[in-house]
Write a protein that binds this ligand. Structure first.
Ligand code: MG
Length: 368
């Protein structure tokens, strides 16, 4: 089996409603997503999606994905798509870094590997651990009352784990947000307060030591060292996200004792291959992990949730789905969908999601 052709599409994905992170510092209204299809010489088609969460969340953006694909895609033509490790090394030699641009290609390679093996991705990643994956909501930053209203709407949709976005330069407002959410949190609910690197260490220590919440605080500050400083002066467990780009970053976080959990996101790490390495490391050291993608349609969501489903329950926290935030859907009815706070994965070979050709429209590039 050889890779014969790689086709690339770009789609703007409007959010159904504007979304604020980091205490309102960062606003999002649309995502720029890149879709790839890898065709083989025996007529298999593998799909991948790379969708950074806008331009301000991570050092990644849609235009960068497509520019890098112009260099990376030709490197894969003529090779066996099942040689995933070797093809990742080939991409890394040609273009160090730029993990977000490699992610859609790596995802499509896994889709092909699964189809050729006749197995769903979760079987290739270690086998299903349970029937479904618990889902978590994502609660945009707002006034305390607005955030409580969003929690209640998410609860009505079945979510029992919530990621509440806080952070800003007014500690009294953040304390009010957190206490308002804690006041309505039910015993069967968990809330992670995701700061998205907005606090200075001093502000993080002030807020975290003032609130009653004893659960997870995520990425309180910009850097690993700042988060470690906060870790040593507060009592709540720390989840790290935006400061983890390479395997080495996870190793350093573990050795420093900086966190008890991490977010594992294929597009941030360079694809499913790298995300699986981090997931396995996290299991080995006893981390708890939210396994989900950075953004995208049901295609990217489903790929990440295959990895989540194959992760031991004691190491797996709930997964977020991006696609419910979007106005458009390229594959209605397919893939991982919210069913009262949980999602099942397709048992069909490969990734199990095929975007609609009319929805994708004209390709922006093709390599053969
Ligand atoms: Mg986060």
């Amino acid at each position: 089996m050889k890779i014969a052709r790689i086709t690339v599409w770009q789609k703007d994905l409007p959010l159904a409603a504007p979304y604020w992170l980091s205490g309102g510092r960062l606003k999002f209204e649309r995502l720029d997503s890149t879709f790839v299809r890898i065709d083989t010489d025996d007529d298999l088609m593998g799909w991948g999606e790379g969708c950074p969460w806008g331009n301000t969340y991570l050092p990644a953006f849609g235009g960068g994905t497509r520019a890098a694909l112009d260099l990376l895609a030709p490197l894969l033509i003529g090779h066996d798509p099942r040689e995933i490790e070797a093809l990742n090394r080939r991409m890394d030699v040609a273009l160090p870094g730029h993990p977000y641009a490699k992610s859609p290609l790596d995802m499509a390679l896994w889709d092909l590997f699964g189809q050729s093996a006749g197995l769903p991705l979760y079987a290739l990643f270690g086998g299903a651990e349970g029937e479904t994956v618990a889902l978590n909501s994502s609660i945009s930053t707002g006034t305390p009352d607005a955030m409580v209203a969003r929690i209640e709407a998410a609860r009505a949709a079945g979510y029992r784990t919530h990621s509440a976005k806080v952070g800003g330069d007014d500690p009294a407002l953040d304390i009010a947000r957190i206490e308002a959410v804690e006041a309505v949190r039910r015993d069967d609910e968990a809330v992670t307060y995701d700061v998205n690197r907005a606090w200075t260490p001093a502000l993080a220590i002030q807020v975290m030591n003032a609130v009653s919440a004893g659960g997870w605080f995520e990425q309180p500050c910009e850097t690993l060292d700042q988060c470690l400083h906060v870790r040593r002066r507060t009592r709540q467990p720390i989840m790290l996200d935006e400061c983890l780009h390479r395997f080495q970053d996870h190793l350093e976080a573990w050795k420093a004792g900086a966190c008890e959990g991490v977010k594992v996101k294929p597009n941030r790490l360079g694809g499913l291959t790298r995300a699986r390495q981090v997931r396995d490391f996290g299991v080995a050291v006893g981390w708890r992990m939210h396994i989900e993608d950075v953004g995208g349609t049901v295609l990217a969501d489903t790929a990440a949730l295959h990895l989540a489903l194959s992760t031991a329950p004691e190491n797996r926290l709930a997964s977020w789905l991006c696609h419910p935030h979007l106005a458009d859907d390229p594959a209605p009815g397919q893939g991982a969908r919210n069913r009262n706070g949980r999602a099942a994965l397709p048992a069909t070979p490969g990734l199990g999601v095929v975007p609609d050709a009319d929805w994708l429209g004209d390709a922006v590039a093709a390599y053969h």
